[in-house]
Write a protein that binds this ligand. Sequence first.
Ligand SMILES: Nc1nc2c(ncn2[C@@H]2O[C@H](COP(=O)(O)OP(=O)(O)OP(=O)(O)O)[C@@H](O)[C@H]2O)c(=O)[nH]1
Ligand SMILES: [Mg+2]
Length: 423
Amino acid sequence: MGLFDKLKSIISRKKEVVEEVKDEYEVENIEDIEEPIEDLNEIVSDNESEESESVDQDDVEGEEETEEDSSSKEDEVIEDVSDEEYTEDDIEDEEDDEEWASFIKEQEQKKKLEEAKEIEKYDKGLEKTRKEFVSKLSLLGIKYTKVDDEYFDELEEILINADVGVNTVMKFIDKLRKRVKEEKITDTKYLNEVIVDELFIIYVEGESLTDKIHMAEEGPTVLLFVGVNGVGKTTTIAKIAHKYIEEGKSVMMIAGDTFRAGAVDQLKEWAERTGASFYGKENTDPAGVVYDGLLKAKEENVDLVLIDTAGRLQNKVNLMKELEKINKVIEKHIPNAPHETLLVIDATTGQNGISQAISFKEITNITGIVLTKLDGTAKGGIVLAIKEEVNIPVKFIGLGEKMEDLKPFDIENYIYGLFKDMM
Ligand SMILES: Nc1nc2c(ncn2[C@@H]2O[C@H](COP(=O)(O)OP(=O)(O)OP(=O)(O)O)[C@@H](O)[C@H]2O)c(=O)[nH]1
Ligand SMILES: [Mg+2]
């Protein structure tokens, strides 16, 4: 069986990565690993000043030098391109080679550590869902020896409780019944494999597996955040700022939620804590604030602008008009912006979140979803419902309250987080 086997091998590879890193650092939990002293950005910029920016084989072998180097040496070498010159170069090359090899090794180690950290975040963040949904699924395979109506009823209940979504579940059960009949499946344990397989066919069908944030090629990238009250917009903005600042980008936050008391200050505080710049003003027209904020962003030449908005959905027409106005202002400043409009939904609200997504989709052009608080729910199946019922890619998921707890959504890590104990 194709997909199931693939999922199984994905899971075992991830388990290996985690074990390897734990062994290497001699820890029980990846969390316990102290941050490497040297910062990744530092290493990269150190290296960039020695080698040219795009590193190809020639650079590695030291046959080509950066423009700066060659222009400064040009005078000395201009007449005398002797053998001696090459010998010196060769020695330098060897040193470069060694340095380069250790640099590569260090980078690989860091990459592995990063991967292990991410896997563990998914592992912890999806624990509730795994304990509820997946363990029930496993039990089902033991409880029933026959695949009958009762079996399907119970399966349906488990899936609905995990917030896979009623429509999705109905379609899914129909498909499964058909497969059971056609393939004459009687073994309920084997059927579990078919279930996992079918669940992810829904997700994987026709779409790319990872949906990255669309970044501007030139000038600031603008991300607009929308969503109803309390779903986690502001904290998500803080987490995203933290992520990109760590990667060496400059970030500005703009407080487009100008009416809720304290909203502007809350964002400002996050800007200070994360090291982002900030623009905001209370009790004024949000579009005006966005206008002035973007002016400042262009002046400061920031890489990434994150715009917070108020999410009052009580009045759909007003909200639509407000977002339209904000969008016009953004586009005026920066053509083709916003580069993403991200709808934040709270996973603990289950089907309510799905309804919000459907409503917002009618109001404005949502390009991606941020699904927060997955750590707080056993209903992690909502990711599948979003795919099936909303059909907007989930771009980030929130797996906790800490700054590092927002992760780009990755279907393989998600599958790992759910099914690691079952395979
Ligand atoms: N456990 C957990 N809590 C989260 C996550 N994301 C956000 N929260 C919490 O959710 C609460 C609300 O977050 P906010 O960012 O203030 O939500 P908001 O959408 O900006 O709210 P309004 O500005 O009132 O519309 C905060 O206590 C956050 O710490 C997450 O992924 N996991
Ligand atoms: Mg907020």
